[in-house]
Write a protein of this length. Structure first.
Length: 134
């Protein structure tokens, strides 16, 4: 039996947020998420943009596995290839994780990768605003 592993330890929503160190807060975190996307793209450039866009596209196409909470690595790489981008480096992944934009989810047997659902729309909007650069 595969156990599900969720690294997601926070919620950054439009009306409230949760952080394990600060608890629940009644505040909009959407602007903070948008700034995090901008900072991450500032560091990663096109590779970061294509990676985030691939995950958003797969989520919008219904390819997200609800049971394991994300999309497969193979699907992400195929989508990046279709977008004409380069594959992400381990450093790229670490930077996206540090901004809490990307999480490895699923299980050891069935690993998946995700952007938390509550920030998908904000990430997508930030990507659209930067699209002309890539």
């Amino acid at each position: 039996e595969a156990s599900i592993s969720l690294e997601i330890d926070r919620f950054r929503g439009e009306r409230y947020s949760f952080d394990p160190d600060e608890g629940f807060r009644n505040e909009d975190q959407q602007l903070v998420v948008k700034e995090d996307v901008e900072h991450a793209l500032g560091e990663l450039g096109e590779r970061g943009y294509r990676f985030l866009q691939a995950v958003v596209n797969l989520y919008r196409a219904g390819k997200s596995d609800r049971a394991y909470g994300g999309v497969t690595w193979a699907d992400i790489l195929a989508e990046i290839r279709e977008l004409g981008g380069q594959y992400p480096s381990p450093r790229d992944i670490a930077i996206l994780k540090s901004y809490k934009l990307y999480y490895k989810t699923g299980s050891r047997r069935y690993p998946t990768h995700t952007i938390p659902e509550e920030i998908i729309e904000v990430v997508e909007t930030a990507l659209k605003e930067r699209k002309s650069k890539y």
